[in-house]
Design a protein around this ligand. Sequence first.
Ligand SMILES: *Cc1c(COP(=O)(O)O)cnc(C)c1O
Ligand code: SF4
Length: 378
Amino acid sequence: MITRSPAPLQRHDEAEEPAIATTGTAALTTTADTTAITHVDVPTDSEHTAPLSLPPAWQAQLSGAIRDPRELCRRLGLDERWLPGAEAGHSLFEVRVPEAFLARMRPGDPGDPLLRQVLPLGEETQPTPGYVADPLEEAAHTPAKGLIHKYHGRVLLITSPACAVNCRYCFRRHFPYAENSPSMAQWDASLDTLRNDPSITEAILSGGDPLATSDRRLAWLSERLEAIPHLKRLRIHTRLPVVIPERIDAELLGWLGATRLQKVVVLHINHANEIDESVIAACRRLSDAGVTLLNQSVLLRGVNDTVETLAALSERLFEAGVLPYYLHVLDPVTGAAHFDVPDDEARELVAGLRGVLPGFLMPRLVREIPGKASKTPL
Ligand SMILES: *Cc1c(COP(=O)(O)O)cnc(C)c1O
Ligand code: SF4
């Protein structure tokens, strides 16, 4: 089995930062940063410059996330018997839970739908027939470093190797990020794939979580993307506004609001309890910046496998100004079999959902089948 331990976030960001330290303390303001970017024609990722200003608040939350299975169990008041499983799972795919997400869980409840998404279990170590390391066969679709091009018109950019939260069911839990994390200079070369193919109209920042990367790096990338004339849309697939809502700060809104590209943010929320007032406020900041907000969920045993739970999720999403987009059935990734909901049951759930929700709050039930030109409706 391939395992990975995600790169330490801070070190990664510092190492790959474009060299714009010349802006000094003024770099905290958007205007100064945008100006600074124009001076960075040839960013050198080797240059290691000490930050002259305080890192943004969200980065402290990111580096302060819980990464110890023992601490996770202790903080939620879980029984000792959960520990061996948590440690076994953690050794395959490390625990990572930001405080802001932890705060929405019910202490003492091992069945809490948010906790279930992040608590490693002993089951993860059991091999299951049909469950593999790369269920989507993404490794076969990387035309250039950091890119995945499977569907017509849109290209996925693996913008960050890390996530703010590690979801146990993640289909990329074994993704070889180390081989697919381009430096800034390598990005420029990879972007030639987009520049040279006029059929590509949408760039999708994905990961990991693209927003785990610094705004300097994202602004740099966004500028290069908007300079490609045939690109129309910038899409961002992220869970960060949910797990660390402070991530949607003035700096991010600065570069995002400035681009000529149409902007879509696809969130990843699986349960209504994930959406508290701080998440609603983050969503509002994004929509005020001209972003269309959608959500994708994964159908997960013990998390959102009832009609009531899914209906409550759609309703709550709409309260946050977000429309449901996809409901994915689980990708058969090694270590996640205990989350599976069989297809027939998934179809029944969605039929039940249709009975209680308006059409515009219905997510599309899909599966990703390797080799297909789109997601496949169930
Ligand atoms: C899911 C996915 C997309 C986006 O598909 P949409 O149906 O447009 O949301 C693009 N590229 C890859 C490789 C994907 O897996
Ligand atoms: S945030 Fe997304 S990419 Fe990251 S671990 Fe969770 S499911 Fe995987």
